[in-house]
Design a protein around this ligand. Structure first.
Ligand code: GDP
Length: 480
């Protein structure tokens, strides 16, 4: 039924060209191998170097994972309040921040950072994130154990005692990571990198910080950002990254498909909806509409933008004003539109438009929206199940329309390998939407410090060869 279906018959394809590891019990996470059946076939193969690096990472994670002997040894070091340098197993502990899309952005970034540094990524899963994501690494777990000795991880902010930025700002540490007054290293360092982090926090992205942080066995990471583009600006990583991702604009696509698989609970939601409403259509169009409470867009303005975009780009047909509307032929093509939004208004208006009129092409347009949750309730698990199901359903689209600035849309585009049509935040006359040049996500709040020139206020897109500003976020950076 889909473009992708023929492409997953060989074992090679089932593993997405070697991206997914062998050795999983398939029934414990049906989506891992089945999701590709519903997505467009990806034209991007992971490089052999990436495949090999992932297998080596998985072995490291098994060796160092929760409750192994080496993990326990690293925990003992953590409890001793100081460290003596890197250990056999060194960790990045990811702390959640903001909605699901932001969380996926930051986990992918934390994972690539761990991969480049031979560190192990563990994620702090509160009850609001339970049973959403399958384990990505075989025979181990990426979930931080509940008895992890540092409490209240969710409350860490830039003023935390062992915040890297604060230690640097107050000159408590220097580039050798030596305490000015003590000779021992801290047992852990907290990396404060949400969008509102300060310039001293963002010195993390410089090469000397990367080097000194390698000495610390435990790093706590809190961010909502896709900071991958910054890793490409660190010379030391350049060669590895070039080999891992010879096609630079596929980093997000490969890593998000590698790490994120809906659990069987979420897959149930996805499949019930897909089989019920979308499977039989000839083509599927995803329209992801995100209205940010701090930047409201009037309903009619946004609706017009959606209609102008889909009509001008020939994503959906125009309606035929003739009355009475002609009945479709039996052979009429059916396009199913999946709308996602926190409210039902856009869906209702689009559905009415195609219910009350026929189309100029004779196609039949059906319009569907799985939920309308009214508000973001990230602390509620049942709400996150729907959000994750809808992101997954959007990733099955043949054509995707997303909203500027939304990480919810980025995850769908990355999973689906789609170049979405983006509804801009500030539309210009005659431009209802622009198509993204790649499936890469945007780093919304990049540093403006040029580490090499040691100068602030820099536009890194002008300094660095691999990054440029994003289509949807002028100040953002994106790999190209
Ligand atoms: P962003 O804020 O658009 O970058 O995306 P996030 O995913 O980080 O945060 C938005 C959150 O609001 C989501 O995770 C959901 O909890 C909720 N949300 C926003 N739009 C939708 C939607 O269309 N459907 C559902 N189910 N939830 C949504």
């Amino acid at each position: 039924v889909t473009a992708g279906i023929g492409s997953v018959e060989s074992p090679e394809d089932k593993s997405l060209g070697g991206l997914l590891p062998p050795g999983f019990d398939e029934s414990s996470c049906l989506s891992r191998y089945q999701a590709a059946l519903y997505r467009k076939a990806s034209p991007h193969k992971p490089s052999p170097f990436l495949v090999e690096k992932l297998r080596r990472y998985e072995a490291l994670h098994r060796k160092c994972g929760p409750n192994t002997e080496l993990y326990n040894r690293s925990i003992q070091q953590l409890e001793s309040d100081h460290s003596t340098g890197p250990m056999e197993c060194n960790y990045v502990v990811w702390i959640p921040h903001y909605g699901l899309g932001n969380r996926v952005m930051s986990i992918v970034s934390g994972f690539l950072y761990a991969l480049l540094n031979d560190k192990v990524l563990l994620i702090h899963v509160d009850q609001d994130m339970e049973d959403l994501f399958c384990e990505p690494f075989p025979d181990t777990s990426w979930v931080l154990p509940k008895d992890f000795p540092i409490e209240n991880l969710g409350e860490f902010e830039g003023d935390a005692t062992l915040s890297y930025g604060k230690l640097i700002r107050d000159k408590i540490i220097n580039n050798d990571m030596r305490f000015a007054t003590k000779v021992t290293l801290p047992a852990y360092v907290y990396l404060h990198l949400p969008w509102y982090s300060k310039e001293w926090d963002r010195l993390f992205y410089c090469e000397d910080a990367q080097q000194m942080l390698r000495k610390i066995p435990w790093l706590l990471l809190r961010t909502d950002e896709y900071f991958v583009p910054s890793l490409f600006l660190v010379d030391e990583y350049a060669e590895d990254l070039q080999q891992l991702f010879p096609e630079r604009t596929t980093v997000f696509h490969h890593l998000v498909r590698y790490l994120f698989h809906p659990t069987n609970t979420v897959w149930g939601y996805v499949m019930r909806y897909y089989q019920g409403y979308l499977a039989k259509a000839d083509e599927r169009i995803g329209i992801q509409i995100r209205i940010f409470p701090l930047v409201p867009i009037p309903f009619e303005t946004m609706l017009n933008q959606i209609i102008n975009c889909t009509l001008s780009q020939h994503i959906l047909p125009a309606i035929d004003p003739q009355e009475p509307a002609a009945a479709p032929s039996n052979a009429a093509k059916v396009k199913a539109v999946l709308v996602t939004n926190l409210n039902s208004g856009y869906h209702d208006r689009l559905r009415d438009m195609y219910y009350e009129h026929s189309t100029t092409t004779g196609e039949v347009i059906t319009v569907h929206q799985p939920s309308h949750e009214k508000q973001q309730y990230t602390d509620q698990r049942s709400h996150n199940v729907k959000a994750w199901s809808e992101i997954t359903l959007l990733s099955f689209s043949d054509v995707l329309v997303t909203t500027a600035w939304s990480t919810f849309g980025y995850v769908a585009q990355g999973l689906g390998g789609l170049k979405p049509w983006i509804l801009p935040r500030h539309p210009r006359p005659g431009v209802a939407c622009v198509q993204a040049v790649s499936t890469e996500a945007c780093f919304h709040a990049p540093p403006d410090y040029d580490c090499k020139a040691r100068k602030g206020g820099a536009d890194l897109s002008a300094v660095a060869p691999f990054v440029r500003h994003c289509e949807d976020v002028e100040v953002g950076l994106k790999l190209f």
